[in-house]
Design a protein around this ligand. Sequence first.
Ligand code: GTP
Length: 183
Amino acid sequence: MGYKRVLVKFSGEALSGNSGFGIDVKILEYIAGEIRTLVDNGVEVGIVIGGGNIIRGVSAAQGGIIRRTSGDYMGMLATVINAVAMQEALEYLGVDVRVQSAIEIKEVCESYIYRRAIRHLEKGRVVVFGSGTGNPFFTTDSAATLRAVEIGADVIIKATKVDGVYDKDPHKFSDAKMLESIS
Ligand code: GTP
């Protein structure tokens, strides 16, 4: 593969299939299968999943009743639900996996401990990082970048709805240009 360690990021919506909400187990299994291919090729894999299939902080706060900070914490909890689901699917396919959460929820999963995450990866286990960065006002893309740097990933693979990085949203702007390379 050319990479020793990677960080895979995908949105929560990717798990929801056509319904746009919740978790479609067939899609969950498909994505877990793709991750297994990486593991089978000797790649160490960290995963960050968004939570938008359950709740988004920004949207929850739109009506002015739920404050943005609380909305973001709700969104972080949503990412833990997705992380636990991914853990189940990977284990179902025979892949060793651990979930670590930036917010301590110790009855549900391990807490994020950088050195422990590294050990899991070295042992060939997938580590799913839940709760984003653990802070409101940050996206799970920021969490993916942070964890990627922390674990020394060679690359961040972002599975998304478009085929590359654009100067603006290609779904909204027909003149959006794909950037071939960025610093
Ligand atoms: P090694 O230390 O390399 O053997 O890793 P390990 O993860 O198998 O060992 P450990 O005994 O720490 O964990 C055993 C299981 O308990 C794993 O599935 C962990 O994810 C889980 N686990 C460990 N710590 C916690 C925790 O604080 N909360 C929860 N819910 N599970 C935990």
